[in-house]
Design a protein around this ligand. Structure first.
Ligand code: SF4
Length: 233
C-alpha cells in the first residue's frame, strides 16, 4: 500500500486522541485540495508496518482515523487496518469523498465515525470536481444512513466563487446526517493556484449561513474556521 504519512492528533476525532493515517491516491482533483502531493501515490508501506505503528501508539490513543487522499482507493488494505484497529478495541473513523458507494458498503461495519465531504449540490459535481459523481455520493450517504451504528458527519468546504449561499442551502436540502460541518476555505497550498487569490470567507458570514441552513437540514450544524476553531450552531 502507499501512504502519505501518519500523525497523532486530538483534532481529527472529536474528544479522542487518534492515530491518523493518510492513505495516498485519489481519483478526484478538487481545486482546493491541500494534499496534492499524495494524489498520485505515496510512500510504499506494508500492512505489517502499519500494524506496528498502531501497536506502538495503542497505549495513548483511543482511535485510528484513516484520511487521505481517498482511503477507499486501497480498499483491501483499508479493510485490514479497520479490522485490526477494532480487534485492539480502538474506535475507527474514515474520511472519504464518497465516490465509491459499493466499496463503502464493504467496510462500513468496521467504521464508527464516517466523515463524507459533500463538495457541491449533487447536480454541480462535474463543475467542481471534473467528475459527474453526484449520484455516487448520494448513494453513499444513503448507505451510511442505513447503518445506524455508524455516526455520519457530512461536511462542505465553502469556497467563495465556486459555491454560493444557494448551493449550501441546496446541499442542506439534499442530504441527511448526524452532523453537518461548514468548513472555511483556506487559500494556502491548494491544487489550483488561481485559488490562492481567493480570500477565506469571513467567520461571521459562515455563522450566518450556518444559522440559515440549520432549520433546513434539521440536524446539528458546526462551523470550522482558522480564527475560532469549531463552533456549534
Ligand atoms: S480534496 Fe480530497 S477528494 Fe478532493 S482531490 Fe483532494 S484528497 Fe481527493
Amino acid at each position: 500500500m502507499e501512504i502519505g504519512g501518519t500523525v497523532v492528533s486530538s483534532l481529527e476525532y472529536s474528544g479522542k486522541m487518534s492515530l491518523v493515517i493518510f492513505m495516498a491516491k485519489c481519483p478526484l482533483r478538487c481545486p482546493y485540495c491541500h494534499n496534492s502531493e499524495i494524489l498520485e501515490g505515496g510512500e510504499p508501506t506494508t500492512l505489517e508496518e502499519i500494524f506496528k505503528i498502531i501497536d506502538d501508539s495503542v497505549d495513548y490513543i483511543d482511535a485510528v482515523v484513516i484520511s487521505g487522499g481517498e482511503p477507499l482507493v486501497q480498499i483491501d488494505e483499508l479493510l485490514e487496518i479497520l479490522k485490526y484497529s477494532k480487534s485492539l478495541g480502538l474506535k475507527t473513523k474514515v474520511d472519504t469523498s464518497a465516490c465509491y458507494p459499493k466499496r463503502l458498503k464493504k467496510v462500513l461495519n468496521y467504521i464508527d465515525y464516517l466523515a463524507i465531504d459533500v463538495k457541491a449540490p449533487f447536480n454541480r459535481y462535474k463543475e467542481l470536481t471534473m467528475f459527474n459523481i453526484g449520484n455516487k455520493v448520494k448513494n453513499s450517504i444513503q448507505i451510511a444512513n442505513d447503518n445506524k451504528e455508524t455516526f455520519l458527519e457530512c461536511r462542505t468546504t465553502y469556497v467563495p466563487g465556486l459555491l454560493d449561499h444557494e448551493d449550501i442551502k441546496q446541499i442542506a436540502n439534499e442530504i441527511s446526517c448526524d452532523l453537518y460541518t461548514l468548513q472555511q476555505f483556506r487559500n494556502k497550498n491548494v491544487l489550483d493556484e488561481s485559488l490562492e487569490d481567493v480570500k477565506s470567507p469571513n467567520p461571521i458570514e459562515l455563522k450566518i449561513l450556518a444559522n440559515e441552513i440549520q432549520p433546513i437540514i434539521n440536524t446539528k450544524v458546526k462551523i470550522k474556521t482558522a480564527e475560532f476553531g469549531e463552533e456549534c450552531i
